[in-house]
Design a protein around this ligand. Structure first.
Ligand code: PRP
Length: 197
């Protein structure tokens, strides 16, 4: 007899987090995200054809995006990671960044593409761009899945953007609330009425 397995948690709108009716609506579905990543991968392959590329993921939020994006960039390249933390510990980025884990590899002469889940105030990205440029890479650019433009305090150039994001608190696909929801395969509002990050 054939048994049909139903995934109990990975169904949009049925996430079991105890939030009940307060759960926010889905902004970007798993299918939309995966389709966008295919397009981003093609653009990156076209732009970096023949160059020595290093994708640098900024932990932890980059994790699912990096894992999917790197498999759509179908050419020789390297992968590295950094982990950074804002001083202050509040919900808003302070712009003063501490490196928790630095790159493993020397990026001198390499074309670096930072992979971020979201650019919010832009302060983390500004710090990273300035810091990495001192290491004399051939170039440093940013690929962000989400661009929360309205929250910007610091202008940063984004070479690749997946989606424009409303100025609301969003979770899923790497984005957390108190470390939860990173494993959602889609992106949704934390709550329907949640104002911002
Ligand atoms: C998020 C995100 C970016 C940063 C963007 O990381 O991954 O690195 O915030 O914010 P900004 O544009 O206002 O600087 P977070 O510090 O939440 O850590 P996480 O990736 O571990 O969730």
């Amino acid at each position: 007899m054939e048994t049909k397995l139903k995934d109990p948690v990975m169904v949009e709108g049925e996430w079991r987090d105890g939030a009940g009716s307060g759960v926010g609506r889905v902004l970007f579905t798993e299918e939309q995200i995966q389709q966008k990543i295919v397009e981003l991968g093609r653009e990156i392959m076209r732009d970096y054809d023949g160059l020595q590329v290093v994708l640098v993921g900024i932990l932890n939020g980059c994790l699912p995006f990096m894992a999917d994006l790197m498999r759509q960039v179908k050419m020789d390249m390297e992968v590295d990671f950094m982990s950074v933390s804002s001083y202050g510990g509040g919900t808003q980025s302070s712009g003063v960044v501490r490196i928790i884990k630095d790159l493993n590899f020397n990026i001198h002469g390499r074309h670096v593409l930072l992979v971020e889940d979201i650019i919010d105030s832009g302060l983390t990205a500004r710090y990273l761009l300035d810091n990495l440029r001192t290491r004399r890479p051939a170039s440093v650019e940013i690929c962000a899945l989400l661009d929360k433009r309205e929250a910007r305090a610091e202008e940063v150039p984004l070479k690749y953007v997946g989606f424009e994001c409303p100025n609301r608190f969003v979770v899923g696909y790497g984005l957390d609330h108190r470390q939860l929801y990173r494993n959602l395969p889609y992106i949704r509002l934390l709550e329907e009425d949640s104002p911002t990050s």
